[in-house]
Design a protein around this ligand. Structure first.
Ligand code: KIV
Ligand code: ZN
Length: 397
């Protein structure tokens, strides 16, 4: 049995902060139920003080969704903490997630607080929340902050009762080696006297490095990773939860950790989040994109038809898809063409097969992808041509 990495889903909080997304309480409850089926350890359900709708959503999720710990965000402010706790109270297992920035930029320009004020506010607010339930503290913009200050504030948070410290790359500025350095320092230097401190990775995707940074965090000692389904979130989004989990799962040989996620639920969860948020999934998105298990070129199709693992590192069924797809296009070869015909229960041989194959290539050149409907039209044309020739020959006999 390996050590576990805890999976913290923030689709309903950070994910919902993506421009244009507003989920109503019914939608949030439906997604939270699906996340529970997916088996994530923590569902961050929202930011209760932010709106009556979010308060209702968090309260209903706390009451109706069993399995994961239900978390709610709060600033280092007593009204936020009271609202978070009122919403979370019905949950079997809950967590208040307190956020207060630690970079000079944020302290000076956004908070207008000195480092001493930030330190005092963290102690006060974490202490307040810890009277109610488990506490996670996020030193916002940690990757652009003075690392000594980050470590000192996190230590103060732990002494005030925080059990989880979330190392935030709020603006997606970090690169894997730097992020690993910061996480490593927090892991080594922030100590609890009763319970072990869990260090968490929370990365944004502004440079396309959210997943790479999260995994570097795990290698440096983080034992919780935060992410959102389909990678949605502020600006370029959060670390994509399905990518982090599949990387840890497929490359278990390299990382050596278990995750308690039912990965077969990813396809369904991704579709549900895309539909409810109105954010489509890009075709070539890893794990859940339309093309993640699609093969178009003849060489690849031939390989996959003989042995799936020649060009697939994951079994599509492991993420909830029925099978891979062989797309007929200009690069496809005869093996995939024959396979597509066989799936339609059509058998063409000799010249008819070659004519149909040549027509498929012509259509592919014009349209990019030869759909099943277009293939059927090609087959009909070739077969009716054959019948006409047979009729002419028959009339001479
Ligand atoms: O990116 C971030 O810093 C956050 C915090 C609010 C946790 O989402
Ligand atoms: Zn974030």
């Amino acid at each position: 049995m390996n050590e576990r990495v805890t999976i913290f889903d923030t689709t309903l909080r950070d994910g919902e902060q993506a421009p244009g997304i507003a989920l109503d309480p019914d939608q949030k409850v439906a997604i939270a139920r699906q996340l529970a089926k997916l088996g994530v350890d923590v569902v961050e359900a929202g930011f209760p003080v932010s709106s009556p709708g979010d308060f209702e959503a968090v309260t209903r999720i706390a009451r109706e969704v069993q399995g994961p710990t239900i978390a709610a965000m709060a600033r280092a402010d007593s009204a936020d903490i009271e609202a978070a706790w009122r919403a979370l109270r019905p949950a079997e297992s809950s967590r208040i997630h307190i956020v207060l920035a630690t970079s000079r930029l944020h302290m000076e320009h956004k908070l207008r607080l000195s480092p001493e004020d930030v330190m005092a506010a963290v102690k006060r607010s974490v202490g307040h929340a810890a009277e109610y339930t488990e506490v996670e503290y996020s030193p916002e913009d940690a990757t652009r902050a003075d690392p000594d200050f980050v470590v000192a504030v996190c230590q103060a948070a732990v002494e005030a009762g925080a059990r989880v410290i979330n190392v935030t790359d709020t603006v997606g500025y970090s690169v894997p080696a730097d992020y690993a350095d910061l996480v490593g320092r927090v892991v080594r230097e922030v100590k609890g006297d009763r319970e072990e401190v869990v260090v968490s990775a929370h990365c944004h995707n502004d440079l396309g490095l959210a997943v790479a940074n999260s995994l570097a965090g795990v290698e440096a000692g983080a034992r919780q990773v935060e992410g959102a389904i389909n990678g949605i979130g502020e600006r370029a989004g959060n670390a994509s939860l399905e990518e982090v989990v599949m990387a840890l799962t497929v490359r278990r040989d390299s990382f050596g950790f278990d995750v308690g996620v039912n990965t077969e639920e990813f396809a369904k969860t991704s579709r549900m989040v895309a539909e409810m948020t109105g954010y489509p999934v890009q075709y070539n998105k890893a794990v859940v994109g339309r093309n993640a298990f699609a093969h178009e070129s003849g060489i690849h199709q031939h390989g996959v038809l003989r042995e799936r693992s020649t060009y697939e590192i994951m079994d599509p069924t492991s993420v909830g898809l029925r099978s891979n797809t062989l797309v007929l296009g200009k690069h496809s070869g005869r093996a995939a063409f024959k396979h597509a015909l066989a799936e339609m229960e059509v058998s063409l041989n000799g010249p008819s097969f070659e004519t149909a194959f040549a027509k498929m290539k012509e259509v592919a050149d014009q349209t990019g992808e030869v759909t099943r409907e277009r293939l059927q039209a090609i087959v009909d044309e070739v077969v009716s041509g054959d019948e006409m020739i047979r009729d002419v020959v028959d009339s001479f006999l």
